[in-house]
Design a protein around this ligand. Structure first.
Ligand SMILES: OC[C@H]1O[C@H](O[C@H]2O[C@H](CO)[C@@H](O)[C@H](O)[C@H]2O)[C@H](O)[C@@H](O)[C@@H]1O
Ligand SMILES: [Ca+2]
Length: 588
């Protein structure tokens, strides 16, 4: 049963992206599948995520990781069946985990029967499903996105004797939304999946839905018209279904995808992501502060989506050329690390495997405005393999334990869909879930503890954001606040210890209390308030009123810290899961 009622759940949710084939293989064919993912739901619940984002799992030739769809209404057979999917959604819901799936409206695979018909029979029912021209001379102001492989957005088709339009690979023809039947097909496919009880859709590559000569063919009014229709369809028949917009654009363009609250409820904030890495490398918050200051307000009930990494390259489309060169020089010194306008590396290797920086980046992700999306494997600091094809190097098998095939599959290593990471620094003997679950000081346990804290303070999801500035630009200090709570977040972007003095006089009389350690600092006065941070350290401090402190000292402490949880159900489940894990380990 779909979780009912709360239509604003996504504003305080933590998302987790996992490609089904990458996570867990249940039947030993070397490919992760739905049954395998279902077996790992206990782990995901233990970790404390609220919603899974599943990239495309539909029948596909997999020439673009599944974003080349051949059939919108089925599950790729090696991953499971429609029945498996329905069962999986129910199992996730039983654990309080919501499911959103990717939906690619912009293009199909060239193997899709619509395209095959379209090229064969221009006058037939599918003749106008794609954008065909006799000459490749329209829309020339549109940029090429997959620069490493594509020379043009037009490809000549020998069968039809015409050119077709594509914003991505040449095997991904763009659908023609000038044909109303195309939108009908999309709405019908959306209903098909909504009927399965899912909680929402991540809408892929939406800026490119329609074209218009003389423009860059991005973010056009016709695209917004389509999204309003999609949203209305879902609101009318499946109220509360989330639309999460993937528009890799500048903030002023992305906010348009919220419409007047009548398009997408969420949109990824692409430009802030590379600036977190940039600010960290420069030990200077300025670039992060600037992009957030340049981010317009969004309609009530909407939310940003934030992330550190995902299944694609770390995109550098939303930075200046100079900033891109800087990012490449600092984070992709080997040319093989570069991919299109980005970097094909995972989070941990990007920061030289330094867990202090991995933690700092997560602390920023979890505290900045928006709902964070974790990428599978980053919670244990998984490595990458830059030598694999395209972006496959960040899509390798999840490392569950120090065993053959990293516990991902019973298949032999050479039979896996992609090789397990063998880089000695990130090898499964060092980086795996089981070992980190046993180790209270591990990155995994830390991420989980941070999610517990975040869950206990909804202000991180729905509160306002105030950048506190300050003279020391190595420290990024900001407030998250609402009527109930004010949390001061401090982040030292430099490797050196830092002192920071802030004007907190508006909070005179309050005492900052560290959430993670329950450590209380002196009361705030009128003079600048001074705090110290270790190199790459961070701190979340709730600014408590005297009255709150008095009630805390006389009554039970309602604060959730990594060591003290108030939710009995949650704690019982944790223990059970840990006992099971220990048992499994001792059986082996
Ligand atoms: O379906 C084509 C692609 O769509 C998404 O692409 C997005 O990621 C690109 C980088 O790989 C980015 O440059 C583009 O602006 C985005 O739309 C999807 O996430 C990709 O995996 C897919 O190839
Ligand atoms: Ca399998």
């Amino acid at each position: 049963m779909k979780a009912a009622g709360d239509t604003q759940w996504f504003r305080t949710a933590v998302f987790y992206e996992v490609m089904i084939r990458n996570f867990s293989d249940s039947d030993g064919d070397g490919i992760g599948d739905l049954a395998g993912l279902a077996e790992r739901l206990d782990y995901l619940q233990w970790l404390g995520i609220d919603c899974l984002w599943l990239p495309p799992f539909f029948p596909s030739p997999l020439a673009d990781g599944g974003y080349d769809i051949q059939d919108y209404r089925d599950v790729m057979s090696e991953l499971g069946s429609l029945e498996d999917f329905r069962g999986f959604v129910a199992q996730a819901h039983e654990r309080g985990i919501r499911i959103i799936i990717d939906f690619v409206m912009n293009h199909t695979s060239d193997r899709h029967p619509w395209f095959q018909e379209s090229r064969r029979d221009p006058e037939g029912p599918y003749g106008d499903y794609y954008v065909w021209r006799d000459e490749p001379d329209e829309y020339l102001d549109a940029r090429i996105i997959f620069l490493d492989t594509e020379e043009s957005n037009w490809t000549y088709d020998e069968v039809r004797g015409q050119y077709f339009w594509h914003r991505f690979y040449g095997h991904q023809p763009d659908l023609n939304f000038e044909n109303p039947r195309v939108l009908d097909e999309m709405l019908s496919a959306l209903r098909f999946w909504a009927d399965m009880g899912i909680d929402g859709f991540r809408l892929d590559a939406v800026p490119y839905l329609v074209e218009s000569d003389g423009t860059n063919c991005e973010n056009l009014p016709g695209t917004h018209d389509i999204l309003k229709i999609v949203r209305k369809e879902l609101d009318d028949h499946y109220p509360g279904t989330l639309l999460l917009c993937e528009a890799n654009q500048w903030p002023h363009d992305v906010v348009e995808y919220f419409g007047d609250g009548d398009e997408c409820q969420m949109a990824f904030h692409f430009p802030v992501m590379p600036r977190l890495y940039m600010g960290l490398r420069r030990a200077d918050r300025t670039c992060i502060s600037e992009i957030l200051a340049d981010t317009p307000d969004i309609p009530d009930g909407c939310q940003w989506g934030t992330f550190l990494r995902n299944h694609d390259e770390l995109t550098l489309e939303m930075v200046s050329e100079e900033e891109r060169e800087y990012m490449w020089a600092e984070y992709a010194p080997d040319p093989r690390m570069r991919c299109n306008l980005g970097i094909r590396r995972r989070l941990a290797p990007l920061v030289d495997g330094d867990h202090a920086r991995v933690r700092l980046l997560h602390a920023l992700l979890l505290a900045l405005p928006g709902s964070p999306c974790l990428y599978y494997g980053d919670e244990i600091g998984m490595g990458d393999n830059i030598w694999l094809h395209d972006r496959d190097g960040v899509r390798t098998p999840m490392q569950w334990r120090d065993a053959s095939s990293a516990g991902f599959s019973s298949a032999a290593e050479h039979d896996l869909y992609l090789p397990v990471i063998v880089d000695p620094e990130y090898d499964r003997s060092l980086v795996n879930v089981e070992a980190q679950m046993m180790d209270p000081g591990s990155l995994l346990q830390w991420v989980r503890a941070m999610l517990v804290i975040r869950r206990a303070h909804p202000v991180f999801g729905t509160g306002d954001f105030t950048d506190l500035g300050g003279e020391n630009t190595a420290v990024f200090a900001f407030l998250r606040h609402d009527a109930d709570e004010t949390i001061l977040c401090l982040n030292n972007l430099s490797a050196e210890p830092q002192e920071v003095s802030l004007d907190l006089s508006a909070y005179r009389g309050r005492r900052p209390r560290r959430l993670a350690r329950d450590e209380v600092h002196p009361s705030i006065g009128d003079e600048p308030y001074t705090l110290h941070l270790p190199g790459h350290g961070f701190s979340w401090l709730v600014l408590e009123e005297e009255a709150t402190m008095a009630s805390r000292s006389s009554g039970p402490d309602a604060t959730v810290t990594p060591d003290r949880r108030t939710d009995g159900e949650y704690t019982r489940h944790d223990r059970l899961h840990e006992v099971r894990l220990h048992e499994e380990a001792s059986r082996r």
